[in-house]
Design a protein around this ligand. Structure first.
Ligand code: A3P
Length: 272
């Protein structure tokens, strides 16, 4: 329940609200919800279900750390609180602000092929606009303006991972930022989650029996504490067919940025 109001929850004895020891900082459409819900399987992880937007929205940041802490769920001392707000990764103020709160925090960043991310981002906005009875455009009309790539398009800007990563590396060392491969998380979630357990120094408690493939949804769903659930229907929506020359233009534009990103993080990905 995204609109859950934590402040009205009953406090179980021995628990407290704690500032997160780990934050999923993005990227938008990278698979942030899947990562959060899958980590929530772990008994030593508690998650804030709502996107808090504390570090990226000035009006929230102005409310202070106590306000932020009060939005966190109750946890026992041995548990790790995790918050996710995908907007942090592309917000230039977030790294410094998070560092100021806790300079030894462990950051989780889930990324996927930048071209695929643009299409996913477009698809989300497309459905939001449809629901709000606003006019929609086909993706090609937005991505190409007067025959050239519209590099000002926000969805393209958000996929420039090197540009955003540079801001984070000013405040955090590479070993504080664990990158989850969002493309792999879709195909085979367990190994990616086991890497996160290691990064967070947690015992391995997430198992293959926690996942089952749902043919109708076309994605893995979660089995935990006797319940089975898939992500919300807005996650894993079919993408539009995109004109192949437009796809190639996007891929060409991201190529150098991707190479630069691989160098920055000493790791490569099989993005186009
Ligand atoms: P699409 O809806 O474009 O396929 P976010 O939560 O950051 O908005 O990311 C949404 C993306 O998570 C989805 O994008 C989907 O591809 C991906 N995803 C990863 N694992 C998933 C899962 N098990 N179920 C649904 N979507 C998943």
């Amino acid at each position: 329940n995204e609109s859950e109001n934590y402040s009205s929850q009953v406090q179980p004895p021995g628990t407290n609200r704690r500032i997160p020891q780990s934050i999923i900082i993005g990227v938008r459409k990278g698979g942030t919800r899947a990562l959060l819900e899958m980590l929530d399987i772990h008994p030593e992880i508690v998650v804030a279900t709502t996107e808090v937007h504390f570090f990226d929205w000035d009006e929230n940041y102005a409310k202070g750390f106590e306000w932020y802490k009060n939005l966190m769920p109750f946890s026992y001392e041995n548990q790790i609180t995790v918050e996710k707000t995908p907007g942090y990764f592309t917000s230039s103020l977030s790294p410094e602000r998070i560092h100021e709160m806790n300079s030894s925090i462990k950051l989780l960043l889930i990324l996927r092929d930048p071209t695929e991310r643009v299409i996913s981002d477009y698809t989300q906005v497309y459905y939001n606009r449809l629901e709000n009875h606003k006019p929609v455009q086909v993706i090609e009309e937005i991505v190409i303006r007067n025959g050239v790539l519209n590099t000002k398009y926000k969805a393209i800007q958000r996929s420039l991972y090197d540009v955003h990563m540079e801001n984070w590396l000013k405040y955090f060392s590479l070993d504080q930022i664990h990158i989850v491969d969002g493309d792999t998380l879709i195909r085979d979630p367990l190994p990616e989650l086991q890497k996160v357990e290691k990064f967070l120094n947690l015992r391995p408690r997430i198992m293959s029996s926690n996942f089952y493939f749902n043919q109708t949804k076309g994605f893995y769903c979660i089995r935990s504490e006797g319940r089975e659930r898939c992500l919300h229907e807005s996650k894993g929506r079919p993408h539009p067919m995109v004109n192949s020359t437009v796809l190639e233009q996007l891929q060409a534009y991201f190529k150098d940025h991707n190479q630069n990103f691989y160098r920055m993080v000493n790791r490569s990905f099989d993005w186009h």
